[in-house]
Design a protein around this ligand. Structure first.
Ligand SMILES: O=C([O-])CC(=O)C(=O)O
Ligand SMILES: [Mg+2]
Length: 250
């Protein structure tokens, strides 16, 4: 079932939505989705490849693997331009996030550095897999923000067979429909249903701004009670702080 969850996927993701989501972070976004009843929105066991890599935001373009079989997953078939793994590298749209469903397997690589360099050149925003990468040091040098479970140096056809592009997948235990918005940061990777992305971005950016105010108050010695989570009174104080130009600590 793809249905109306795909309704907005052809629309470009506005830069303002990208910026709001990046400023808020995956944990705050997960809270905003929880308010709407969505609990399973953070991938399990999927971490940044490089410490300090930039945040990743973009609509999902998906690739699904199943376990390999020796008669099909030969090096000759892997080299073919019909191979869906290789096609994903050429067909993932600029600005999108390539999401690779490796069914959690690190028995072979979801990607190597030649592929990462090509994606970077093509303007893809980044890559997320619930498997792992080979050539991980060289992938870090490309500067492409990437997320994985663990390094996976073996050649892809040893264990992974590509079966689908641009279809719903599972990644890190979370459903990802093409066009859903991915947000990766130092905490992990959140998946935001596309139809909710613009509203979630506004709410998450507001929540992050309130937390900026609350963090200043905590550094001044204030208790969390009555401050975080916010109350009607503390939100008025927040509004006053915003109106005053968001002053820092004296
Ligand atoms: O075997 C492959 O095609 C993947 C790889 O190592 C690379 O992209 O550098
Ligand atoms: Mg390589």
């Amino acid at each position: 079932m793809t249905g109306d969850v795909r309704v907005d996927r052809a629309e470009p993701l506005p830069d303002s939505v990208r910026a709001q989501l990046a400023s808020a972070g995956s944990a705050t976004v997960a809270n905003m989705l929880l308010r709407r009843g969505l609990r399973n929105v953070i991938m399990s066991g999927v971490q940044p490849l490089a410490a300090g890599q930039p945040s990743l935001v973009g609509p999902a373009y998906t690739l699904r693997f199943i376990p390999a079989r020796e008669d099909l997953d030969t090096l000759t078939n892997y080299a073919s331009s019909e191979n869906l793994h290789r096609r994903a590298i050429e067909e993932c749209p600029p600005g999108a996030v390539l999401v690779i469903d490796a069914f959690g397997s690190t028995a072979a690589a979801s990607m190597g550095d030649m592929m990462a360099a090509r994606l970077r050149y093509r303007g893809v925003s980044g890559v997320v897999t619930d498997g792992g990468y080979r050539d991980s040091g060289a992938i870090k040098e490309t500067g492409l923000p990437c997320y994985q479970r663990n390094n996976a140096p073996k050649a892809t056809p040893v264990a992974l067979h590509p079966v689908a592009l641009d279809q719903p997948v599972g990644c890190g235990g979370v459903a990802v429909y093409p066009g859903d918005v991915l947000l990766g940061d130092s905490d992990g990777v959140a998946v935001i249903p596309r139809a909710l992305a613009a509203d979630i971005a506004v709410e998450a950016a507001e929540a992050a701004a309130y937390e900026e105010f609350a963090a200043l108050e905590i550094r001044r010695g204030r208790s969390l009670f009555g401050l975080f989570p916010g109350t009607a009174e503390s939100r008025q104080e927040y509004d006053t702080w915003v109106a005053a130009g968001r002053p820092g600590l004296e």
